[in-house]
Design a protein around this ligand. Structure first.
Ligand code: ADP
Ligand code: MG
Length: 379
């Protein structure tokens, strides 16, 4: 949710306010029946389920107040609409059906995501309801596909968190839909965005130090989001907001076996490539999609975990550790074995070619044999 107290309106230049959708002014109730259920509520919006009278199709209607704290925020809403329009071609961004305007509100009629927030599964007490690693891999791939689409179009979401990632169905587990583009901005050469935005637990360190936001800012949040989906724990959450901000700015993450019991080392490596204090060293959404974790079936993934745990490598060097965590960044002392330990055991068939450029992995051709991979990991 927007931390409006610290929102800087100078960043309005990075908003997209030209929209193509026709804004309807006839009463919303003429065309839709509201179903009593409130789907969600924010500071300035309430989302309710509704049924289109003409088709009987279900939708989610997001009622957004135009005046907030005495200010006209119509442009913020137009920006949200413009982003939804720009992302129309991507299946993982929630669809926008229609827009209505009244004297004090704008109503977005959105595709209904019947499975609700992934937040519910993240905090599920019941093992059966919680995500498995395979579930997380499938959903994270979808999130990355949606976010990569936004980033290709120079749009950053800036509020990626489990409350803004919805599911088409909860059981069976459906597909994801990214929602809530209220804080989204355009990032290009024309304007620089520096703002305190978003939710403390998911906010990137550069936002706290008032440095420009970029697509890498979203990648940090995806790192936090993935951590929460895998472990059910929030890596930076403190007792108070101040403590959470301090934890984020230090960037210390607990990768211990205790937290990651039963979770692959590839997953840990994936997280490390995102939760880097320096945004320039974080992997991009496209690069993430090529990470071995998202491209390895569960049998092979478990094999990597078991062999890496039970048979420590004798050939890995300090340099190789650079592949997943820069030296300057703090790391928990009992962190899991590095991916650089793993090539020794990767004789299973995997599609792609592991390459490192910066700290990233790009999968392009066939999987290399051990000596090639050692060489590439060191570079
Ligand atoms: P806010 O800006 O107030 O956070 P959101 O767009 O995130 O507004 O909507 C608030 C909540 O409403 C979401 O977290 C979700 O629970 C619910 N919601 C939003 N859009 C939909 C949708 N399309 N389908 C189902 N539930 C939705
Ligand atoms: Mg929200």
């Amino acid at each position: 949710m927007l931390d409006s107290s610290s929102k800087n309106n100078n960043n309005n230049s990075a908003m997209m306010t030209k929209i193509h959708t026709r804004i309807r002014t006839e009463p919303f109730n003429n065309n839709y029946d509201l179903v009593s259920k409130v789907l969600g509520r924010g500071k300035f919006a309430v989302v309710k389920k509704c049924v289109e009278k003409a088709t009987q199709n279900e939708y989610a209607a997001k009622f957004l107040r135009k005046r907030r704290k005495g200010e006209d925020c119509r442009n913020d809403i137009l920006n949200e609409i413009a982003v939804l329009e720009a992302a129309k071609a991507n299946p993982y961004v929630v669809g926008l059906h229609e827009v209505y305007e009244t004297s004090h509100e704008i109503i977005l009629v959105l595709e209904y995501a019947a499975g609700g927030e992934i937040f519910n599964q993240c905090v599920a007490e019941d093992e059966d309801e919680a995500f498995t690693e395979d579930d997380v891999i499938r959903l994270v791939r979808q999130i990355l596909t949606g976010v990569a689409f936004l980033h290709r179009n120079n749009v950053v979401h800036l509020d990626l968190k489990p409350q803004n990632i919805l599911l088409t169905s909860a059981q069976p587990l459906g597909d994801i839909r990214i929602v809530d583009f209220g804080l989204s901005r355009q990032v290009d050469n024309k304007s620089e965005v520096r703002e305190i935005l978003g939710t403390p637990e998911y906010v990137a360190p550069e936002i706290l130090s008032y440095e420009p936001v970029s697509t890498a800012t979203d990648m940090w949040s995806i790192g936090v989001l993935t951590y929460v989906m895998l472990t059910g724990e929030s890596p930076f959450l403190g007792d108070e907001k101040k403590e959470t901000y301090l934890n984020v700015s230090k960037g210390i993450v607990d990768y211990s076996e205790e937290v990651f019991e039963g979770i692959s080392h590839l997953a840990v490596d994936f997280l490390k490539s995102l939760l880097k204090l320096d945004p320039r060293t974080r992997v991009t959404a496209e690069e993430c999609l090529s990470h071995l974790w998202l491209n390895t079936d569960s049998n092979s993934r478990n094999l990597i975990t078991i062999t890496a745990t039970t048979t420590p490598t004798s050939t890995s060097t300090g340099d190789e550790q650079e592949t997943s965590q820069s030296e300057s960044e703090p790391e928990s002392p009992d962190s899991s074995p590095e991916l650089s330990d793993i090539p020794l055991y990767t004789t299973f068939p995997v599609q792609g070619d592991l390459k490192t450029g910066r700290d990233t992995f790009t999968f392009t051709e066939s999987f290399p044999t051990r000596p090639e991979m050692q060489q590439e990991l060191i570079c």
